[in-house]
Design a protein around this ligand. Structure first.
Ligand SMILES: [Zn+2]
Ligand SMILES: [Zn+2]
Length: 644
């Protein structure tokens, strides 16, 4: 008999060789029908694999990330089975699960595939799914595996086999399809109730452009048909909110091939928006005790060799800028941290000076392959809302707490309401991976967890996700249509203070190393604005939006009154524009709605006569009439409430 411990702590004694599915069955048949995989002693297994030792067991369903990815990986096999049936002789490289679905890299030989073939592939997948073919695992010797794929003339799988050790090789077969795979897989193909081939793309074998180009087929599957429909609906919404589309429609930013790939040009409205975000954060940082610093866009190569960034970004990135006369080498700045370390070193520091907090909207440059560039979210030059806090080990907790306050303030004013904090700690199994003293790590890890709790954050702890130089806390937000983004990071660093030999004089009159905290609530201005556009679908909060009010005279006769209203609003620091085109007012309203202006003021005979405005709110319609002064106060109090 062996002992199985379930997540609720309950234990059961079962025969050796019992499977996770057996255990599920003994709990309820309904549960057993939904089990896709099982976590046995922390490893994800096939649910029908016999368990032969005492074990902790977690049953995984579609609701668990690991259950979902097991289904998607298994679906890659199903896709391959369908492709092999439809395109005899195709060869397969690898088929992993991804964030949304899975792909398989396929060598179609002389055959070709286009979007028009997707429907037939989906039908074939569903036909095979309905057969409920079990995924059968078998272990095989390396020699037998080589013989099998030599017979099939499959150079790809033979290549994969080369890297595998004898005794670790497993095959999985479902229906007529056999694949070399380490698993795990769901019990049978019948879990798939809806399948969609999403797209195809070229992918070089092993990612090397000198190799043959394979076809990467992307797909996604679901355990319920409605879930596929909901997913496709979400994609439609995401398309409508795409920041590249809205950025163009709203005149926020532009890319020019002539300027260069991945180098955004901020148009006047976009620049206005970005500067407003920057002043908002600058003001909040000033109140929180940050001091502004400014550093150049390039730095001597030696600086980045000291910091370690040259090893990370140097060779594969933008190449040095040389000064032929003096033989110097400069690099575009990939990070602001090294510069800020030198500012810390600019004069002797005492414990009484700490903490010091240096803040800079610092522009950095990193080479990204052109294929990886994407709107404002992946660019080659971007501005971080960066700051570095230098403090003692004992101050870490309070400083992290203050950064959390700042991030929460930003989330509130920008209406990110759904978020969690991910705390990344050391991998207890590999302590040698990390630099810095154990006692400092212990202290900082405890400090982050305690302060996150005290601030009432919802947290998840990830072991082994810490950087080699220190633990960190990242904010993960869900946007208005449920997509997850990483925003706002706080990182403790024991590495750079060591590399730059940073010191302060302690109360004991001896030298000590400070701790460095990197933090960037927005991350980068470019990526943040992109996420914000997609989150609010271009309807920025009133305090931030470039144009708060559109004034719409119903005919040219009232243009003069419109100008006077505009003046009053301007005196109240309200951003208003008059639409004095000779268009029907209905058209003017529609255009203002499209431009996502929060308020519209309709001005006609009675308004001009009484000195009032007739107010329309974006998406809500008529709000009623009021004096210009009353309207200005309404806007001002709405903004004050938001920025409180
Ligand atoms: Zn597999
Ligand atoms: Zn930094």
């Amino acid at each position: 008999m062996i002992n199985i411990t379930l997540p609720d702590g309950s234990e059961r004694q079962v025969d050796s060789g019992t499977t996770a599915l057996d255990v599920a069955m003994s709990i309820s048949e309904g549960l057993a029908r939904n089990v896709l995989a099982a976590e046995v002693n922390g490893e994800v297994w096939d649910p029908q694999r016999p368990i032969r030792t005492d074990a902790t067991l977690k049953l995984l369903t579609w609701k668990d990330e690991a259950g979902k990815s097991t289904m998607w990986h298994s679906s890659a096999h199903l896709l391959a089975e369908a492709l092999e049936a439809l395109y005899p002789g195709v060869k397969f490289w690898v088929g992993p699960p991804i964030e949304n679905g899975f792909y398989y890299d396929v060598d179609f030989g002389d055959q070709t595939i286009t979007d028009n073939d997707f429907g037939a592939i989906e039908s074939k997948m569903m036909e095979l799914a309905k057969q409920k073919n079990p995924f059968v695992r078998s272990e095989m010797s390396k020699a037998d595996a080589i013989a099998y794929f030599t017979e099939k003339e499959d150079a790809y799988k033979l290549d994969l086999l080369e890297g595998l050790e004898d005794g670790t090789i497993t095959f999985y077969k479902q229906g007529n399809f056999t694949d070399l795979c380490r698993g795990p897989h769901m019990p049978h193909t019948g879990f798939v109730k809806a399948a969609k081939v999403m797209s195809i793309a070229g992918a070089y074998w092993k990612g090397d452009e000198k190799n043959k180009q394979l076809t990467r087929v992307y797909g996604i599957t679901f355990p319920k048909k409605q879930e596929l429909n909901a997913y496709l609906e979400l994609l439609e919404q995401a398309k409508a909110r795409d920041h590249r589309k809205l950025g163009k429609e709203m005149d926020l930013f532009h890319f020019s091939e002539k300027v260069g790939q991945g180098l955004p040009l901020w148009l006047p409205k976009g620049a206005d928006l970005r500067m407003r975000l920057e002043s908002f954060l600058k003001e909040a940082q000033r109140k929180a005790g940050y001091e502004p610093v400014i550093t150049p866009h390039i730095g001597n190569k030696e600086l980045y060799i000291t910091s370690g960034h040259y090893a990370k970004y140097g060779e594969d990135s933008f190449q040095p800028i040389n000064t032929p006369a003096e033989g110097e080498e400069y690099l575009l700045k990939p990070m602001n941290c090294p510069h800020h370390c030198e500012i810390f070193k600019a004069r002797p520091r005492s414990y009484r000076d700490l903490p010091v907090r240096f803040a800079e909207f610092g522009t950095v440059y990193r080479y990204e392959q052109s294929g990886e560039l994407h709107g404002l979210t992946r660019v080659r030059g971007f501005t971080q809302d960066d700051a570095h806090i230098f403090c003692t080990v004992d101050q870490v907790k309070e400083e992290v707490g203050k950064v959390i306050d700042l991030v929460l303030y930003i989330f509130r004013t920008l209406k990110f309401e759904d978020f969690i904090a991910q705390v990344s700690l050391r991998d207890p199994e590999n302590p040698e991976k990390y630099i810095g003293k154990d006692e400092n790590w212990d202290k900082a890890e405890r400090a982050i967890q305690e302060i996150a709790d005290e601030k009432g954050l919802r947290t998840v702890v990830e072991l082994g996700e810490a950087a080699f130089y220190g633990p960190k806390l990242d904010f993960m937000v869900r946007d208005a249509i449920g997509r997850k983004w990483q925003l706002g990071t706080v990182q403790i660093d024991y590495n750079l203070p060591e590399r730059f030999e940073l010191e302060y004089t302690g109360a004991d009159n001896t030298k000590h190393r400070p701790v460095m905290i990197h933090r960037a609530p927005f991350g980068s201005m470019e990526r943040f604005v992109a996420i914000l556009i997609e989150h609010c679908a271009g309807k920025f909060p009133l305090w931030l939006t470039p144009e708060q009010v559109k004034i719409l005279p119903i005919s040219d006769r009232f243009n003069e009154y419109a100008e006077s209203v505009s003046k009053v609003l301007e005196n109240h620091d309200i951003r208003a524009l008059v639409d004095d085109r000779s268009e029907k007012v209905g058209k003017k309203i529609r255009d203002a709605e499209l431009e996502k202006v929060p308020y519209m003021l309709i001005l006609g005979e009675s308004e001009a006569h009484d000195g009032t405005v007739s107010v329309r709110k974006q998406g809500e319609g008529d709000v009623g009439g009021m004096s210009v002064e009353a309207f200005a106060e309404l806007i001002q109090s709405e903004i004050a409430e938001m920025l409180k």
